[in-house]
Design a protein around this ligand. Structure first.
Ligand SMILES: C[S@@+](CC[C@H](N)C(=O)[O-])C[C@H]1O[C@@H](n2cnc3c(N)ncnc32)[C@H](O)[C@@H]1O
Length: 225
């Protein structure tokens, strides 16, 4: 693993974008969490929405390869620059790190949901949301994939604990991250469990609530018998 991390960090861009990485001690930062969850859940399908240079799809692809099975569906329309535009170049990029299980779709989530690739997806074990960081887009991404999640799936939202300005799409397209507002509405929904971590630029882990019977209801039903 450390040899793979050394190779990964040969490109210092892999330590950017706020995943609490550090090159000095070959530390994946939150990447250990992504890797560990993918090893523990052993998903057959992982979906990643958005990535600057592929840190998250690479780490998750590595975890699934180490599991011996599973594919990463990676959706990114390459809105920051031209990095994801050429399919042969994208394949070479992942292969450079020994990763051959990432399927890239060069489109927005809005476009992806109209494709056969979307219709044929099911049993997603891990969903990583790191695309356009507005409340509305985070909600769109979550709503699009929630019906396709495995019952024990986890959804990770990056850049999700605070509002902040980003000019990653250019000074004239600066915008405010507001994913944290969508996290607040998920927190109010009893269907989900939500845990936010202040690591790096912030990470929120969401799962479906495990429904244990309400003890008061159990008592009421017992007295009726
Ligand atoms: C660079 S990453 C991480 C964002 C970064 N931390 C920031 O400051 O906004 C965001 C990626 O999301 C992609 N993206 C933007 N809008 C998207 C959408 N509607 N669907 C899927 N990906 C999207 C972009 O192409 C970009 O590569």
């Amino acid at each position: 693993m450390y040899e793979w991390i050394r190779q990964l960090y040969a490109d210092p861009n892999m330590a950017r974008m706020g995943h609490a990485q550090s090159i000095e001690d070959q530390n994946l930062g939150s990447g250990w969490i992504y890797y560990g969850l993918a090893r523990a859940l052993r998903p057959s399908t992982v979906v990643v929405i958005g990535s600057f240079r592929g840190f998250v799809p690479l780490v998750l692809g590595k975890a699934l390869q180490d599991n011996g099975r599973g594919d990463v569906v990676f959706i990114d329309p390459s809105l920051v620059d031209d990095f994801w535009l050429s399919p042969p170049r994208v394949r070479r990029h992942f292969k450079n790190y020994g990763i051959t299980n990432v399927r890239h779709y060069c489109c927005t989530t809005q476009e992806f949901v109209t494709t056969e690739g979307y219709r044929s997806l099911d049993e997603i074990g891990l969903l990583f949301v790191d695309g356009y960081h507005t409340e509305e887009q985070a909600q769109f991404d979550f709503t699009a994939f929630e019906p396709k999640l495995r019952s024990d799936a986890l959804v990770l939202f990056h850049d999700s604990v605070r509002e902040r300005q980003s000019s990653i799409y250019g000074e004239n397209r600066a915008y405010t991250h507001s994913v944290c507002r969508f996290m607040e509405s998920l927190r109010l929904d009893p269907a989900f469990q939500v845990l936010s971590l202040g690591l790096g630029d912030g990470l929120t882990v969401v799962s479906r609530a495990q429904h244990h019977p309400d003890p008061r209801q159990v008592l009421i039903e017992a007295t009726r018998r």
